[in-house]
Design a protein around this ligand. Sequence first.
Ligand code: XLS
Ligand code: CA
Ligand code: CA
Length: 438
Amino acid sequence: MGIFNSIPTIKYEGPKSKNPLAFKYYDADKIVMGKKMSEHLPFAMAWWHNLCAEGTDMFGRGVANKSFGQQYATMEHAKAKVDAGFEFMQKLGIKYFCFHDVDIVPEADDIKETNRRLDEISDYILEKMNQTDIKCLWGTANMFSNPRFCNGAGSSNSAEVFAFAAAQVKKALDLTVKLGGRGYVFWGGREGYETLLNTDMKFEQENIARLMRMAVDYGRSIGFTGDFYIEPKPKEPMKHQYDFDAATAIGFLKAHGLDKDFKMNIEANHATLAGHTFEHDLRVSAINGMLGSIDANQGDYLLGWDTDEFPFDVYTATMCMYEVLKAGGLTGGFNFDAKNRRPSYTDEDMFIGYILGMDTFALGLIKAAELIEDGRIDEFVKERYSSYYNTEIGKKILSGETNLQELSEYAEKLGSAKLPGSGKQEMLEGIVNSVLFN
Ligand code: XLS
Ligand code: CA
Ligand code: CA
């Protein structure tokens, strides 16, 4: 007896299928640019949204029942969530999961008891992992829900709170290593401020770096060889968060000598909240050699907060996969940090949300590969900068063999410069459309 007895194993039926419980584009074994779709797209289930969140919002209680037949806040319930999660992943062919410490057990008042529960549940998860081919993508510590973190965790004004944050990071690292996780995430949900009037920004940022350094030292000492990730987000829950976007987080890591151990976990909805496109933050990460993992979701253009929707926007997924393919793939994976809309509260909706997300990224992968194989965009970009490669002055600029004096003489000799060549944005956008809708 399973938990989702009315839901079959989800199969690929192709684009013509009208079956809501089938993949239309995600065909795990299909070869795209020399690799199986399932290898391009290591999908992960987010424990928190899928197995914990019931659709609570600021104005109302939960509507989805996630008790899985047990009483909430018990270890029986925690185990039922494991059972539900593994059945869910197996039915969808998802090979990875991501978790926060407090997603997998009810948090106790005393951290010693929480840690004991975490040991018990991770034994149970490990058993399930050994019976299946499901693995852990990344683990993390929830350092934003408990009231003690109201002023932040690493950035808290209280040394006692800092110690509790450190204790949770230590335990979450122990769990991540025990479960063989590929990565460990720091999402700085409350690492920021509400007002500068009470905030020593320099001190807080240095303390966050101290906590991260301790995490790297401890992680490496217990055999964690994966990547640490910062997951940037500009705001929410705090008014301003220090890991504003990829560029800010990368600058922070470099300033504190943490850039060798960390990469980025880029979430689509966080990039758009920072006023960027998803692909912008992916590109910033990639050109710095720090594109690690992706939280695959999308926001809503009409809402200014983190809506964590299942991605259906094929255009954006295509641009994402274009960046990923160009970067040579991810060392991490695609975690659906996404939840059903509150009125979609049935078990079937949980599956349909993942089917939508997986199909959207499969389609994005197919279309991004077509764009690359088409070659016109690459060719245009190459040509656009060609004056640096095929003129004497361009070559000298690149090789550092010239200076302001010489360039100024060069300019004066010419008197006026030719226009730099059309950017052809509309033509390029048309190419994307013709590849998307051919
Ligand atoms: C919240 C974040 C969070 C991280 C993990 O906005 O997306 O869920 O992914 O702590
Ligand atoms: Ca989010
Ligand atoms: Ca996230």
